[in-house]
Design a protein around this ligand. Structure first.
Ligand code: SAH
Ligand code: SF4
Ligand code: F3S
Length: 488
């Protein structure tokens, strides 16, 4: 914890010297020229061979990575590729990786391993690996030595350099590594290809300075930097005008938005300005850090017109001792106070959280304290994770909890939470929920959507409901879903 705390302090000092930085226009222009070159090359290829080259983007990890992948796909399209969802028919494969837990890395490496056969069949295939996993030195070496058919890699801070790397690969054929640009600057104006026509991600800041002792993110995503309010407002205005109905602002800790700037506004100010945009849409954001989510934020939600009555507030543990070891910098009293204020100001708010089970040194008492907090707070939904040691983080060096203990506690936690989730959903039976429909679901013959609290709702619908707000009268509740009929 002392180590983690030192890292936080150092990060903040670095930040003082750096401030929020926007990538210079010349750099963006340079990349645009590379995009034009690749497009030319792809056009020439179609003229001579009659086939248009295809690109495939595979994404692991969180919403931030999904948002990054939409930019990668946007750049691919600008470079003349047609997007495909089949790796076998691609001429360019991009794998955007995650490093949050061991399992995420194993999955990415195993897929990259499978692409060896594709490359053997089609030697002209270009494979790029990017994102959080390859922002770690030992993973860069893994790719270098164990996956020699990977053509280039770039880290999270170098996303905007993708066209330049691809162009260089095509021109010179050498393997390329662009992992430590050390720029930590915000690149505006990259093309975006959004997966959905009615739900959108909008990154408002990048990086993390918090150095929670278990977490790899600050190492692989660099220092915090924010986008300017004008740029975000313009993007959201554009989305609303295009008919987007559900807009989620993204950042690892949205509450420290613009913290390192001298711009004179904060996250709540940004929210207020976005809330004033006219249109029929819902505004969400994630993630809030309990140490920074204060009354101003909650008041902003309460007083807004479009901000969903919903908060994702990762608690991680219900033991003060463990919270301290995690370098979270709040205690359960502070957390409870925030929840009480939220429930007073926004009584219908949906509250969700993240919990880590089996953090090093977690005792039965610590775990019992977590269960007690769950029973006291009664979250609508919980994302729970078994602690996974991450190389280079302080917690990985601490005394580990045995796997079978972690597994047992994890199952116990799920059991407790299932009951709570059901009890949170049951009172909604009989109510009418406004649901943004996502189309037909895997649940046979039912359509699905999300209500304001982001809860999943199933109902008999029709194709034209997709992308629209539908009123659904809830008839039945389960722990993870609501069921109902369309109303009116
Ligand atoms: N910035 C967000 C979380 C990003 S990671 C926040 O601070 O809340 C999403 C979740 O993954 C975390 O909330 C945490 O619960 C979990 N997580 C992070 N590192 C982990 C690790 N090493 N092992 C298990 N779970 C982890
Ligand atoms: Fe990781 Fe979130 Fe902590 Fe940052 S605030 S170190 S992303 S858990
Ligand atoms: Fe994974 Fe990176 Fe997100 S580590 S969870 S993709 S910030």
């Amino acid at each position: 914890n002392i180590v983690a705390d030192k890292r936080t302090k150092r990060a903040e000092r670095e930040q003082e010297n750096m401030r929020d930085r926007i990538l210079p226009a010349e750099e963006t222009e340079k990349q645009r020229a590379f995009m034009d070159w690749v497009r030319q090359n792809n056009d020439d290829c179609e003229r001579t061979s009659g086939v248009r080259r295809r690109a495939f983007v595979l994404t692991f990890g969180c919403q931030q990575n999904e948002a990054d992948s939409e930019k990668i796909a946007g750049m691919c399209e600008s470079m003349g590729y047609v997007m495909t969802d089949r790796a076998e028919e691609a001429d360019l494969i991009m794998v955007n990786t995650c490093a949050i837990r061991e399992h995420a890395e194993e999955k990415a490496l195993s897929i990259v391993g499978q692409y060896k056969h594709l490359k053997a069949k089609k030697p002209s295939l270009i494979i790029g690996v990017c994102g959080c996993m390859v922002s770690q030195e030992h993973r860069q070496n893994d790719i270098k030595f164990r996956y020699p058919y990977v053509d280039f890699i770039f880290g999270t801070g170098s996303l905007h350099r993708f066209p330049g790397l691809l162009a260089e690969k095509m021109q010179r054929g050498k393997r390329l590594y662009c992992v430590d640009a050390g720029e930590d600057a915000v690149a505006e104006g990259l093309p975006v290809r959004r997966e959905s026509g009615y739900r959108a991600w909008v990154s408002i800041m990048y990086g993390c300075n918090n150095f929670c002792s278990y977490c790899i993110v600050p190492y692989v995503r660099g220092r915090e930097r924010s986008r300017k309010k004008e740029d975000i407002v313009a993007e959201v205005q554009g989305l609303v005008a295009q008919g987007y109905r559900d807009i989620t602002l993204l950042g690892q800790n949205v509450n420290s938005y613009a913290k390192w700037s001298d711009w004179g506004y904060d996250f709540s100010d940004l929210l207020r300005e976005l809330d004033a945009i006219e249109g029929d849409y819902v505004l969400r954001f994630m993630t809030s850090h309990p140490k920074d989510a204060g009354h101003k934020l909650i008041d902003t939600i309460a007083d807004s017109r479009r901000i969903a009555h919903q908060l994702h507030l990762p608690m991680q543990s219900g033991s003060d001792r463990i919270l301290h070891e995690m370098n979270r910098r709040y205690d359960t009293a502070k957390y409870l106070e925030t929840v009480e204020y939220l429930r007073r100001r926004v009584p219908d708010a949906t509250l969700t959280s993240d919990i880590i089970v089996g953090f090093p040194g977690e005792t039965e008492e610590d775990f019992a304290a977590t269960l007690e907090m769950l029973r006291k707070i009664r979250f609508d939904m919980l994302f729970s994770f078994i602690y996974s040691p991450r190389k280079g983080t302080p917690a990985a060096e601490m005394e580990q909890v045995p796997d079978e203990v972690k597994g047992r506690r994890f199952r116990e936690l799920l059991e407790v939470q299932n009951e709570i989730a059901l009890s949170r959903n049951q009172p909604l039976v009989g109510s009418v929920q406004r649901v943004l429909c996502d189309g037909v679901s895997k649940n046979p013959a039912l359509f699905s959507g999300r209500n304001e609290g982001n809860k999943i709702v199933f109902f008999p619908g029709s194709e034209e409901d997709t992308g629209r707000f539908i009123n659904v009268r809830i008839e039945r509740a389960e722990a993870f879903a609501l069921y109902g009929e369309k109303e009116g």
